[in-house]
Design a protein around this ligand. Structure first.
Ligand code: FAD
Ligand code: UDP
Length: 384
């Protein structure tokens, strides 16, 4: 089979590679001039490795994904720690024993802190539906207002009551000193950045790459004859926005270069609503094994994604999910195309989940091909 793979992020690269290993050829297209999608990293003129589209930390519980990524590049151990400023004071996030004691001026042990926070949480919320429910249930009003309501209003631009609980459920609450941002057993950042890893995944004689090339389904003839399209771009774009544009948040990064250490930490969140940016990232701290005199800092601002902006975070409220359902139903009747990845399924996906799903999708597709069955529109349910 001859595949057109639209998008050279992790989704497109992994699926192209798995199909290539099984003897199928792919041309991988990306409208950008580089591979790796939003995970792209590049050396700045100061020598600092910059995460061009925002900070990316690799973390996973899937051993197969961990082994997979290690085949394509050297991963350096990295424990991500985040600081958060609320009303002028710096705390550590996610909420942990140190945060609780600092915030409430207490000297609790783990057990005491857990019992104390249980009295703060709203026990009447038995199954949290909204972001706000989740916050009030698990940390209570004071911590919720200090760390989550202002930041989330800036990040998402909507009332936290209208956002799903799953967004906040990404963050743990701990009653120990552990201030790691993630729980997963494998946590790392590639020694030379993500882009060489994706280049290595795509480095196969059955794969050709066309960068700076937007693939439009209507002019696929221009790109030669393909038996099947794997679309990791936005699902609404594939259908020419027939049911309207799916809502996304986009990010603006305002970069500054200076000498020395700007904030000492890789990421500092600004939780108060009256600070216009959400966070400041200092890129050299994502590579603590390197040493640089200069520093590159991004102030990150979030806003609604316009037609010509880069889509970052899918806003999956009730309205968008109804719209998505129309696209999914339309896609299920379309032939010759499989939708994948964070844009193709309109979901917030971490890199490890992206790789995990791309590996699983490849298995499904290869089984279909072996059994002369048509390839599915999706290998997972985007509505889940
Ligand atoms: P993408 O990386 O978005 O790739 C899709 C590609 O398709 C893009 O390059 C795009 O240019 C191309 N494309 C679209 N339409 C077309 C077209 N018509 N023709 C040609 N090309 C097209 N995950 C983590 O695990 N850890 C993190 O710390 C983390 N931090 C993140 C921080 C931010 C700010 C964001 C937004 C995401 C973060 N993620 C993180 C998630 C991570 O970025 C995604 O998991 C990953 O990018 C998904 O890969 P993908 O290939 O599905 O999509
Ligand atoms: N969040 C918050 N305050 C913070 C950090 C996160 O309110 O200081 C909320 C915010 O809504 C964010 C969500 O928690 O979207 C999940 O956090 P995570 O760090 O996973 O966000 P992302 O990686 O998507 O930026």
């Amino acid at each position: 089979m001859r595949f057109a793979v639209v998008g050279a992020g992790f989704s497109g690269a992994v699926v192209a590679r798995e199909l290539a290993n099984a003897g199928h050829s792919s041309t991988v297209f990306d409208s950008r001039d580089h591979v790796a999608g939003n995970c792209h990293t590049a050396r700045h003129e100061t020598g600092v490795m910059v995460h061009t589209y925002g900070p990316h930390i690799f973390h996973t519980q899937h051993q197969d994904v961990w082994e997979y990524i290690n085949r394509f590049g050297e991963m350096m151990p990295y424990r991500h720690k985040v600081k958060a400023i609320s009303k002028g004071t710096m705390y550590s996030l996610p909420v942990n024993l140190t945060t609780i004691n600092q915030f409430f001026g207490t000297n609790f042990t783990s057990e005491q802190a857990e019992a104390f926070i249980a009295t703060k949480g709203d026990a009447t919320i038995t199954s949290p539906v909204s972001f706000e429910d989740q916050g009030l249930r698990f940390v209570g009003r004071e911590l919720y207002d200090a760390f989550f309501s202002g930041y989330t209003a800036k990040q998402w631009g909507v009332d936290p009551k209208d956002l799903p609980a799953s967004i906040l459920a990404r963050l743990p609450v701990r009653f120990t000193d552990d201030d790691s941002y993630f729980n997963h057993p494998y946590q790392a950042i590639p020694k030379n950045g993500y882009t060489p890893i994706v280049e290595a995944i795509l480095d196969h004689p059955n794969i050709s790459l066309q960068l700076s090339t937007r693939f439009l389904k209507n002019n696929s003839a221009e790109f030669g004859e393909f038996d099947h399209v794997i679309w990791t771009g936005p699902i609404d774009a594939y259908f020419d926005y027939e049911f309207g544009r799916l809502g996304y948040r986009t990010l603006d990064f305002v970069a500054d270069t200076s000498v020395g250490d700007y904030q000492h930490y890789p990421v500092v969140n600004y939780c108060d609503a009256d600070v216009p940016y959400t966070r400041i990232t200092e890129h050299k701290h994502f590579a603590p094994w390197e040493s640089h005199d200069s520093t590159v800092v991004y102030h990150e601002y979030s806003r609604l994604c316009g037609e010509n902006d880069t889509p970052y975070y899918p806003i999956r409220r009730v309205k968008e999910k109804e719209q998505l359902l129309s696209y999914v139903q339309r896609a299920r009747t379309a032939t010759g195309v499989t939708f994948m990845g964070r844009l193709g399924t309109y979901r917030y996906l971490d890199m490890d989940v992206t790789i995990h799903e791309a590996l699983a999708a490849s298995i499904v597709m290869l089984e279909c091909l072996a059994n002369n069955k048509s390839l599915p529109s999706f290998s997972i349910d985007p509505m889940a």
